[in-house]
Design a protein around this ligand. Sequence first.
Ligand SMILES: [Zn+2]
Length: 273
Amino acid sequence: MPELPEVETIRRGLEEVLPGLVFAVVEIISPGPLKDLPTDQFAGSIVGEKVLGIERRGKYLLLNLVDGCSILIHLRMTGRLVFSRHQQQADRHTCLLFHFTDGSCLSFSDIRKFGTVTLLTAGAKSNTALSMLGPEPLSGDFNFPYLDRELEKRVVSVKALLLNQRVIAGLGNIYVDEILHRAAIRPERRARSLDRKERLALFRIIREVLEEAVNCRGTTMSDYRDATGSAGTFQGKLLVYGRMDRPCFRCGTAICRSRVAGRGTHFCPECQK
Ligand SMILES: [Zn+2]
């Protein structure tokens, strides 16, 4: 958490408000998220720069600046970016406050402190973690022949394959459990063992679930909020995630929780084969 639908929702929110704004002051309350750069250098590189646009790649956000640099942000578990037209006061979880010349403010806060904020110089995108990411599942780069080939060459579980950011960018634990339930596939099945009908269903449902979740502005189990501080609504549509011991909506069997690919995994033992 957050996964593709949440990060995309934040991106859309920021895209409405940030382009054209100029950084006035970067207030560094806790330097924890800043990687690879001394804090004064980070602030010094950004002040006076104008925001060009907001991009998302997998679970990463890029604040692209007019001079060609980008601020690369990964929210990890509990990172939160909230924009306000007015000044914001730091609370005990606030790490960074970006103040703009028009008086508006973007805060980066993080309860568990795993989130990262990096400055990428122009042209550096190809040398970072971004270059390792697989295709975007909602783009044309992700197609059935590609997924079919990846399933065929992997001996890992289908859940591990879907969580692998090098295979598909942006999926995480919640959406993988939901996708595999809708596709009626057991998470621990070997990727290669899926037949053609299952592979086609999986491909279709990956997109279906992500599109629905983006339309719902993401899933809020506890911490996630969008760029205006509002919760998502896809949690009301979850069929298995977080529903251990409760009846499957399709068949009434109790939802099981086990450990697959090192992650707590929810599935229906009756519907998913
Ligand atoms: Zn069921």
